[in-house]
Design a protein around this ligand. Structure first.
Ligand code: GAL
Length: 466
């Protein structure tokens, strides 16, 4: 047996991730208000077979069992999200004591097991009242509401939470929630995503400013944002295709990272979107510039990108893969010989390595945390076991790509497997499974999969393969 040592520094943070709506359940318990995902999932026709997160993994009641399993897994850090509507049921006003208590208990449980909590403030479950009464992310006032909610979290949890993320994947909120309408709140528009994206960025910047000016010196934590991006491989070496791939990345990741690292949207977006892309004031620009202590990246897959010719079918991009495709003139397509997950996402580890280099170069060698990476598989429970070799292969490939990127000079500092357990996979409901732990969604029973054991041994061996 040969052992392959990968290049991960000793202080590399190994973790696993979840989000509140996807696992907690208890949708009307503990003084929680409704979120836009509660409303959306209860709207007929929106979610696979009408599934909802009402119960989900019942983590709200079973979190101690879940944290104990995480400790068995051997991760150093757990990335979870806080449900805004548990903390402020209507999105404004006094904090709800039961909500504060729940996250206090969860954080304490993690620490008691030697696991550091990594808290995301917003993983898409906006308090419904803010949407119904004030147009949610369409209204610039949202930045102030988010900032006040964030301050409550820093105040109550910041003595123990040393890693914060403001937002998870603002691109998804903007494009899938306000462009394609497939995620909550279900709006369909070609222009709203850019307005929503603008307000998401400002909300992020205000919360970071609050943390830095009022809490960071004493609490000594770090704060940032988790953006998502696939890799876009040029379909050929023709300049049109090379530019198309670059443009696709700028409309995807550059949209949310350029303002933070460069102080404005990518010039390609400015040139193509004109007045549909809001303008930052000097004060906004100042607030945004440098507003992340680390680069959080969620990455899953890769597609080829080609320059779109007039009249070409852009349907793959139109599905949401590429944002608003007509704005980019990019045609996206996979190589049919690639392996695909049950989400139909291609498994291309080298795409992640290339994306890490793209980030390293464009954003000046930032410390990067892969805050999500993982895959959905068939995952059949047979005789009490799930032999998810496909998932193990996926992780091996992507970890090798991450290790190579480090050897090549990228400042990668941590990795979170998505997800700790099977959970509510948004529009796909419980049909898609991403977990290291299998969850029987009727009984709630947890069964660690083969990939769980693989991770456990990988971590015990100090990040090596055999
Ligand atoms: C991410 C998201 C997660 C999870 C994952 C798999 O975009 O942050 O909540 O669902 O994708 O689809």
């Amino acid at each position: 047996m040969t052992t392959k040592t990968l290049s991960f520094p000793g202080d590399f943070l190994w973790g696993t991730a979840t989000s509140s709506y996807q696992i907690e359940g208890a949708w009307l318990e503990g003084g929680k208000g409704m979120s836009i995902w509660d409303v959306f999932t209860h709207t007929p026709g929106k979610i696979f077979q009408g599934h909802t997160g009402d119960v989900a993994c019942d983590h709200y009641h079973r979190f101690r069992e879940d944290v104990a399993l995480m400790a068995q897994l051997g991760v150093k850090v757990y990335r979870f999200s806080i449900a805004w509507s548990r903390i402020q049921p209507d999105g404004q006003g006094q904090p709800n004591a039961e909500g504060i208590q729940f996250y206090n208990d969860l954080i304490d449980e993690c620490l008691a097991h030697g696991i550091q909590p990594w808290a995301t403030l917003y993983h898409w479950d906006l308090p419904a009242a803010l949407h119904l009464e004030q147009d949610g992310w369409l209204n610039p006032a949202i930045a102030g509401h988010f900032d006040r909610y964030a301050a409550i979290c820093f105040e109550h949890f910041g003595d123990r939470v040393k890693h914060w993320a403001t937002l998870n994947e603002p691109w998804v909120v903007a494009i899938l929630g306000y462009g394609k309408g497939v995620f909550a709140p279900g709006r369909v528009s070609d222009s709203e995503p850019y307005l929503v994206g603008h307000h998401l960025l400002l909300a992020h910047a205000h919360a970071v400013h609050t943390y830095r000016s009022q809490f960071q010196a004493e609490q000594q934590g770090i704060i940032g944002i988790s953006n998502n991006c696939d890799w876009r491989e040029p379909a050929s070496s023709l300049p049109g295709d090379v530019e198309a791939a670059q443009r696709a990345l700028e409309f995807f990741l550059g949209w949310f990272a350029d303002p933070i690292y460069h102080g404005d949207y990518p010039p390609s977006m400015r040139a193509r979107l004109g007045l549909r892309l809001p303008v930052f004031s000097d004060a906004d620009r100042k607030l945004l510039l440098g507003s992340s202590d680390y680069f959080g990246l969620n990455h899953y897959t890769t597609l080829f990108a080609a320059e779109a010719k007039p009249g070409e079918d852009l349907s793959l991009a139109a599905n949401g893969n590429g944002g608003i495709s007509a704005d980019q003139d990019v045609r996206l397509f996979p190589d049919p010989s690639w392996k695909f997950t049950t989400m139909d996402w291609a498994v291309v580890p080298d795409g992640m390595r290339k994306l890490l280099h793209w980030i390293d170069k464009r954003y000046g060698h930032p410390p990067v945390y892969l805050t999500e990476n993982g895959c959905s598989c068939e995952d059949l429970l047979v005789n009490g076991q799930v032999d998810d070799q496909d998932r193990i292969d996926y992780f091996e490939g992507y970890l090798q790509a991450g290790s190579q990127a480090i050897q090549e000079g990228v400042n990668l500092k941590g990795y979170f497997a998505w997800s700790f357990m099977d959970n509510f996979e948004w529009a796909s409901g419980y049909d898609k499974r991403f977990g290291l732990v299998h969850v029987d969604h009727h009984t709630g029973k947890r069964t660690p999969k083969a990939s769980f054991t693989w991770w456990q041994q990988f971590l015990q061996r100090g990040a090596t393969f055999t």
